[in-house]
Design a protein around this ligand. Structure first.
Ligand SMILES: *[C@@H]1O[C@H](CO)[C@@H](O)[C@H](O)[C@H]1NC(C)=O
Ligand SMILES: *[C@@H]1O[C@H](CO)[C@@H](O)[C@H](O)[C@H]1NC(C)=O
Ligand SMILES: *[C@@H]1O[C@H](CO)[C@@H](O)[C@H](O)[C@H]1NC(C)=O
Ligand SMILES: *[C@@H]1O[C@H](CO)[C@@H](O)[C@H](O)[C@H]1NC(C)=O
Ligand SMILES: *[C@@H]1O[C@H](CO)[C@@H](O)[C@H](O)[C@H]1NC(C)=O
Ligand SMILES: *[C@@H]1O[C@H](CO)[C@@H](O)[C@H](O)[C@H]1NC(C)=O
Length: 822
């Protein structure tokens, strides 16, 4: 007994330790096997750098990161394009720490994303419980849908039912589903803006801020479109459907109607709160945005945050803080996320404040204290409470409003953003002098410029000389073509030549144009707004443009490319753009001038298309880009710029009818653009020249289109008259009947040939010249169907599907290999 009792503690002690070790080992292994690899209940789908491709390699599923290599996500992206574009993300809020240790598994009846770094085996994302058996299969379909199928091949879960921020063809939006934007362009975590079917009726789509505040609706479904989105009547390549609208089973979606040339297309809820549609352009190797809502980006609720002032006219740095304020989140602000808003610069002490009037503005505000008092009492009351941030006072009614908390959606009252209040006065520290928005930046820029100027002066002329020589030498080395005819200007020279950019001639799609004098000759200096691409590309393109010379093209004299400055110097055209002559009250042109202009434009474009070394597609033919010299000869301007700058479709296609003004239907489809796109725009321009009017009357309204008042769209009506033989009805009344009937008929018929839906039906530009000159007989074209569909307001189906047989007789084959050089 004694010995037993003596030994026992030893044994039991060891035994306990042994057991302990064993248990903890078991525990460890069981944890490990449970979440990392338990072959009996889980099935590995992908891990690390492996991916799953859709059948024809349109989409891939795998792990990706954005700008931060320590944050990885499971997502689906387009394989065939160089721009990373993620259409779906699983673990939006919980990034994985490394790719190598990441896996996607079927585990416990769920699709599971695991982070296995340091054997911690965290589950960072799992799908809803759909009882997948591990026998199930995971497949990525050609339309971008990730599908889990059970052993019988029945889909039990699909990513299309759990959308992220992207709506793809074939996807359905149903009751209870939302698309939510990324927090910023680099952070897939859900942001503040989302899209859903609008409760309680589910007859329309809405955009929401913070899941509760509607800032855009599509309008109710009318049977084939949403009432506020009339452009849906142009289903050139898409067909929208809305089954069971106004019920709990409502389902909205769209499909492509041209499966044979399927462009990549997607709707996206942008982190700036707009819904946008993009198609991929293989020509420009970029996504073209051609539709967005709300049209006015400042209508996005809370875009600029507290006290941020929104300017819709700006494309970058749209939000500004008032003087005396600065962005709360400077980094976010720089990255285009303005939602943090503005905060007072320095002092937290609010005692020594005053008020700055910022004028007529619109804004949204929830906490307001109204009273009836004099202005000074109104100010005193606000000053007494540090959380009062602004006031408005109406001296006529003595009504005083003190505002607390946040002021959102500040915008210029002239921009039609919503409620206009009495002029707003913002509380600022007493030391603040200016009241101008962003004046601080201006001062900063001036300071920097002065500093730069002074330091430049300090630099010896030798350095400058040397630099100039180097630049010129570099240019000559880089350019393929001789550049003897192009002058390289310094920014300073052009600044002086234009009198400090004081006389603005106009503002085109690529930037403002100023008049100036170079070598005692008048010039037009175009200051490019968005200098895309690098210096080298710019110079190469400019040299190409500079080598193109034709009597009907505006001559490029020189350019400036210095730091961020990109300027082009052109011959000055004293009689301005053609658009000036196309207003009912504007200047008139007699028929002879018009006819010469029509032929002149055609010759200019034909030269670009067919005769110069690299075929150039202009991409932006419209009356604003046709300039008239002292003899009223037409000169095409802005050619070659589309490639230089890239093309922002949001403006061109601002309104559907504006869109349809000049842009050929194939632009929208994202299919290869040929010279026939210019032919289309030329046809539209010709109709305007004939009618002496704009195709869309009235300027596009700046506000949110919605159900905007009907504007009369001229081309469909004109096309019908012309094809019915009644050209006289179309001709400008200002001509008073003084015109050559034969020429008028020719111009009318050519215009309608040019705006045919199908590219092959449109003549080449060279043929257009011949037709106008009367060298070939012009037959009567069919009326363009897409345009007619627009007028009748009916959904127009199947145009893309089958092509028409009405090809212009006399057009040989498609023009020679037109290498795309926009
Ligand atoms: C994937 O990773 C493995 C090892 O981790 C490496 O050998 C292989 O080259 C990688 N494959 C690709 C396509 O990066
Ligand atoms: C993949 O491409 C082939 C050949 O073009 C086509 O026949 C097939 O239908 C495509 N598959 C899918 C899923 O689209
Ligand atoms: C979308 O809805 C249509 C019509 O209700 C249906 O035929 C189709 O299968 C649905 N697609 C998906 C991916 O759920
Ligand atoms: C849509 O219809 C519902 C009733 O079905 C109506 O309450 C709502 O105001 C309509 N929306 C618009 C934008 O007309
Ligand atoms: C300031 O105003 C806010 C909002 O009306 C109120 O809640 C707070 O009590 C006031 N503070 C002082 C010190 O009066
Ligand atoms: C609003 O716009 C008008 C006209 O464009 C301008 O004169 C005014 O200064 C603007 N107001 C503010 C606060 O920016």
């Amino acid at each position: 007994m004694a010995s037993y009792s003596y030994i026992s503690p030893q044994i039991s002690h060891n035994f306990i330790i042994f057991i302990l070790i064993l248990t903890s080992l078991r525990l460890l292994t069981s944890i490990q096997s449970k979440s990392c690899s338990n072959p009996s209940s889980s099935k590995l789908i992908i891990s690390g750098n492996s991916t799953i491709y859709s059948e024809n390699r349109t989409f891939a599923l795998g792990f990706f990161h954005t700008n931060d290599e320590s944050k990885w996500y499971l997502g689906i992206w387009y394989v065939s394009i160089p721009t990373p574009t993620y259409v779906w993300v699983a673990n939006r809020e919980t990034p994985l720490r490394s790719r190598d240790s990441s896996s996607l598994e079927i585990d416990g009846g769920k699709l599971t994303v695991k982070d296995n770094l340091d054997s911690r085996c965290d589950v960072v994302w799992e799908s809803v419980d759909a009882n997948f058996d591990s026998e199930g299969d995971v497949k990525l379909l050609e339309d971008g849908d990730l599908v889990v199928m059970d052993a019988r091949g029945v889909a039990v879960w699909r990513s299309f039912d759990f959308p992220a921020d992207t709506f793809l063809p074939g996807m359905n939006l149903t009751v209870g589903q939302t698309l939510t934007c990324w927090k910023s362009s680099n952070d897939p975590a859900p942001g503040k803006y989302s899209l859903r079917l609008r409760p309680p009726d589910y007859g329309e789509v809405e955009l929401l801020f913070d899941e509760k505040r509607t800032y855009w609706t599509s309008g109710n479904w009318t049977g084939n479109i949403f009432s506020g989105v009339p452009e849906m009547t142009i289903p050139y390549i898409y067909r929208f459907y809305f089954t069971n609208p106004f019920t709990e089973t409502a389902t909205f979606g769209f499909i492509e109607t041209m499966p044979q040339q399927k462009p990549l297309t997607r709707f996206n809820i942008d982190s700036s709160g707009q819904i946008r549609q993009y198609t991929w352009s293989p020509q420009t190797i970029s996504w073209n945005m051609f539709w967005s809502r709300p049209e006015n980006p400042c209508r996005v609720y809370g875009l600029c945050g507290n006290l941020g002032f929104c300017n819709a006219k700006l494309t970058v740095n749209r939000c500004k803080c008032f003087d005396g304020f600065q962005p709360v989140d400077g980094a976010g602000w720089d990255a285009g996320d303005f939602s943090g808003g503005c905060v007072r610069d320095s002092d937290k002490n609010c005692r020594n404040d005053k008020f700055e009037a910022i004028g007529e503005v619109t804004f949204d505000q929830e906490k307001v204290e109204s009273s009836s008092s004099s202005r000074s009492d109104c100010e005193r009351k606000c000053l007494n409470n540090c959380s009062c941030i602004a006031l408005s006072h109406n001296p006529n009614t003595n009504s005083c409003k003190n505002y607390f908390g946040e002021i959102l959606n500040l915008g210029n009252s002239s921009s039609d953003l919503g409620i206009i209040h009495d002029p707003l006065n913002i509380r600022v520290p007493r030391g603040v002098t200016g009241k101008k928005i962003g004046s601080k930046t201006v001062i900063l820029i001036i300071t920097i410029s002065c500093f730069v100027a002074i330091s430049s002066i300090a630099i010896i002329g030798f350095v400058i000389l040397r630099k100039n020589t180097i630049t010129r030498k570099k240019l000559e080395e880089e350019s393929v073509f001789p550049v003897t005819n192009l002058k390289v200007f310094t920014y300073k020279e052009l600044h002086a030549a234009t009198n400090g950019f004081s006389e603005q001639l106009g503002h085109g799609g690529f930037g403002a144009v100023f008049s100036g004098t170079v070598d005692s000759a008048l010039v037009a200096v175009k200051r490019l707004e968005r200098p895309g691409g690098g210096e080298k590309e710019f110079r190469a393109e400019v040299c190409t443009i500079g080598n193109i010379q034709h009597v009907n093209l505006v001559r490029l004299r020189g350019f400036c490319s210095e730091e961020s400055h990109r300027l082009l110097v052109y011959d000055y055209m004293p009689n301005g753009p053609l658009s000036v002559y196309l207003k009912s009250g504007g200047r008139n042109l007699d028929w002879d001038a018009r006819f010469r202009i029509a032929i002149g434009i055609a010759r200019g474009i034909a030269y670009l298309h067919e005769e110069c070394r690299n075929c150039i597609i202009h991409c932006d033919i419209k009356p604003e880009n046709i300039l008239l010299d002292q003899d009223y000869s037409a000169k095409v301007s802005d050619f070659g710029l589309a490639k230089l700058i890239g093309r922002d479709f949001s403006r061109v296609l601002a309104t559907m009818r504006g869109t349809w003004g000049y842009v050929a239907p194939e632009w929208i489809s994202g299919v290869a653009i040929t010279t026939k796109a210019d032919v289309y725009s030329y046809g539209m321009t010709l109709l305007e020249l004939l009618g002496g009017r704009r195709n869309v009357e009235g300027p596009p309204d700046g506000g949110d289109g919605g159900a905007s008042n009907e504007k009369w769209f001229f081309p469909p009506w004109a096309a019908r008259r012309i094809t019915e033989g009644d050209v006289a009805a179309v001709v400008d009344e200002r001509l008073g009947g003084e015109y050559n009937m034969e020429e008028v008929v020719r111009v009318g018929l050519v215009a309608v040939w040019c705006i045919q839906d199908e590219e092959v039906a449109r003549p080449t530009m060279g043929m257009v010249v011949k037709m106008l000159e009367g060298v070939v007989v012009v037959e009567i074209p069919p009326p363009p169907k897409l345009l007619q569909a627009l007028v009748s307001g009916e959904s127009f189906r199947g145009v893309g599907g089958h092509s028409q047989n009405n090809t212009f007789t006399g057009v040989s084959n498609e023009s020679k290999d037109s290498q795309f050089a926009v």
